[in-house]
Design a protein around this ligand. Structure first.
Ligand code: NI
Length: 195
């Protein structure tokens, strides 16, 4: 575990999560070339924001940054401190940072009900590859390769789609896709109107 993943929960900045139809969500993100302190801070803040949302994955375009980066934790536990308090304790962290990821060796098929912090209120079954391997870099620019299956694999594919400007409703039938698009645009308009 590197320095960032050890210290991410000590402090961090809560980033603004962009929601559909924000144009940043449909743009193809750029390769990361500078492995500097700004990159480390961004990853730390993305983890902080993901844990507080809460979510199990967050991609840079979702916080308005068009770079090929996402963070994932499919293992942490979130427990309410006492019933109805609205306060939560987080534990069992397993933060993972992926810079310039490339998915390879896609095998099998798995279906899972997905949600997305950028598509509030939408939960639908999406088909993904069951097993994948991923080449990626860490925040120091070192190269790694890992195998992923089940929820970890699903989450990587979902987040990687964000880097290609794809939100998961694009994976649904045209009928469902259009239904949710209209619903999300309407919800966004109403929200803006109420401000
Ligand atoms: Ni998402």
């Amino acid at each position: 575990m590197d320095e960032i993943t050890q210290n991410y929960k000590l402090d961090g900045e809560l980033l603004n999560i962009h929601t559909y139809p924000d144009p940043i969500l449909t743009q193809v993100a750029d390769e990361v070339t500078d492995f500097d302190d700004n990159l480390k801070k961004l990853c730390k803040d993305m983890l902080y924001t993901m844990y507080h949302a809460p979510g199990i994955g967050l991609a840079a375009p979702q916080v308005g940054i068009g770079k090929r980066i996402f963070v994932i934790d499919v293992d942490y536990t979130r427990e309410e401190t006492s019933e109805g308090s609205g306060e939560y304790t987080l534990s069992n962290f397993n933060p993972q940072i992926f810079v310039n990821p490339v998915i390879k060796n896609k095998e099998g098929q798995i279906s899972y009900q997905e949600g997305c912090l950028s598509l509030p209120g939408v939960y639908e079954d999406v088909k993904r590859f069951e097993n994948i391997s991923v080449d990626f870099q860490d925040t120091d620019g070192n190269s790694h390769s890992i195998d992923a299956s089940e929820l970890f694999s699903i989450c990587i594919q979902h987040e990687n789609d964000h880097l290609d400007g794809i939100v998961f409703i694009e994976k649904l039938s045209p009928l469902k896709r259009n239904f949710f698009k209209k619903k999300l645009i309407k919800a966004k308009k109403q929200k803006n109107h109420n401000l």
